[in-house]
Design a protein around this ligand. Sequence first.
Ligand SMILES: Cc1ncc(COP(=O)(O)O)c(C=O)c1O
Length: 598
Amino acid sequence: MKFSAKMKVSASKSATFAKPQTVGGKCKEPMNSVDMKYKKANLVDWPKSLDIKSINDQFGSPAWIISEKQLIYNVNAYSKFTEDNGRIFYPVKTNPSITVLQVLAKLGVGADCASQLEINLALLAGIKSQNISYNTPVQDIKICKSLLLLGGNVVMDDVKAIIELQNSLTNISFTGKLFLRLNLPEYIGYAKQNENQELMAHGHKSSKFGIPVEDLDNHLKLITIPISGLHVHVGTQMDNMKSFEHAIISLNNLADNLRTSGHIITDINLGGGLGIPFESSQDFPSLETWCYNMTSYKKEDLNYSVEPGHALIGNAITLLTTIQTIKESRGKKWAIIDVGTDQLTKITLLKWPHRILDQSGHELEVGNDAVAGPLCFAGDVLKENINAGGLKRGDPLLITEAGAYTFSLSNKFNGRTAPKWLLLNANNDLFETMEKESIYDELHHSKYDWISSDDSVSSQAIDLKLIKNISSKYLFKTCEADSFEYVEVTYESQYHYRFTVLTNSIVDFISMPFAIRIFGDASIISILHSKGIQEKINPVWGRKLNMDFYEQLPSNRKFEFTILLSNPIEKETQCVIVARFKSSCKRCSGSIIISYEK
Ligand SMILES: Cc1ncc(COP(=O)(O)O)c(C=O)c1O
């Protein structure tokens, strides 16, 4: 799918990567070199090669920047192990950015989802149901059932829920795969101790996740629904290859054992967990090392899948910020930037170390100063012990390796909203793919009822004559006469249409009801055209509308706008599509959620 925004800047001086890049396919170089046995993961170089100042001048900050090349590189590395991009289930919880999901969907990558909303996001981005895996500590039977019927993957560790699912699927065959999430009797754990590990050791024997392997035999006596796969997630930011090796060996053996109880295990899901460095002193196995070592344990009759969060997206996203002010207190300089705990909770609350680059791409020097966020919270500090001597108000900075568990844990403290999204595509063109979130978006999307400011006023009927006198004559009657005609419609690319419309109205601007008709009909036309439908026979239902007028859009003349359609969310009898419209003059944009009978 093409991205809509036309803003483009030469964003990269020369983005180079240590390894050759292939876009969309699999990396070709062999990996049976001795080095692969243990190669330490490096910090990525691409953020250093960005022209930070010109990006900031053109797009403003704060802004998330995604490197498509880095994402492709990470996907290609994993696909050497999985042999199929569809068996890389990207955990949507890591970063639910629709742009990230769209890039991954184009590569044929799957999604690991913990809720119906995450499933819907993945589907809208274009990820196929068969490549979706539902994995959550509390399993919703309705979601499990519908995904299995659609050919997707379901990972379960609640035996009561498995029995409930099995009862609901009596005499119903399904094409999807059911996995058991297991908790191994021996936990190998981390190579190096770290203060946050107890928050991240999902595979620990004492964690809430997974069926203890010791209990499996008893449970299997009750489970008649076919189990196709076994799953283990060792824990996040894992630095120990032995943990992963122990997991794959254990699951291989269990797959053999389960065959004796009548379950044909075809799939092993090794979860996520491979850690990435945030500072050069940190030691994690490289992705290549992980894949090389793990491949040697693969068995021919099994498919292997993964759910990498940090290792897939962590180093593919950087956050652009600018210095708002430099305050001085008792000899220490505080460089206060325009993001903090609102987007980077992980950094401030968990004291997660991150690199911060200055506008020349150099890491900030060591000193006695600090970089802090703008929030009313003493812990809103991003980096201590830097030298702010060379920094000044307005300088852009980059916070690197910022892709995992940042945006997904963001909050609105002090009225901060989600920054815009920029995509640095594989050709080094930079596009704005999503605007900064507005506080009005939330009021629009939530079903908020305004609370009366004066409850003491009792209800009174208002004279209907007065109502007539103060009503809009235009809305009441004359807008009926507004008319429009699409004078040119082009199919730009899949799901992307361009309309030129000639309007005729009694008022000299496009009113909201008139705009709904113009954009609503164009959305319907685009959807039906994309489906190859020749004539509109069945009803199409507008379910939700969001429209922004930034300035008045003049009427009684032509104007041009685009329609971008999402991929459909297919329900049993209905389809749901989001149509996004945008006038070329950027005065009006919005979206309509539309459903129609299949
Ligand atoms: C089941 C499961 N899979 C995958 C992941 C991704 O982990 P990571 O980001 O460490 O790769 C998580 C993270 O919590 C998880 O719970």
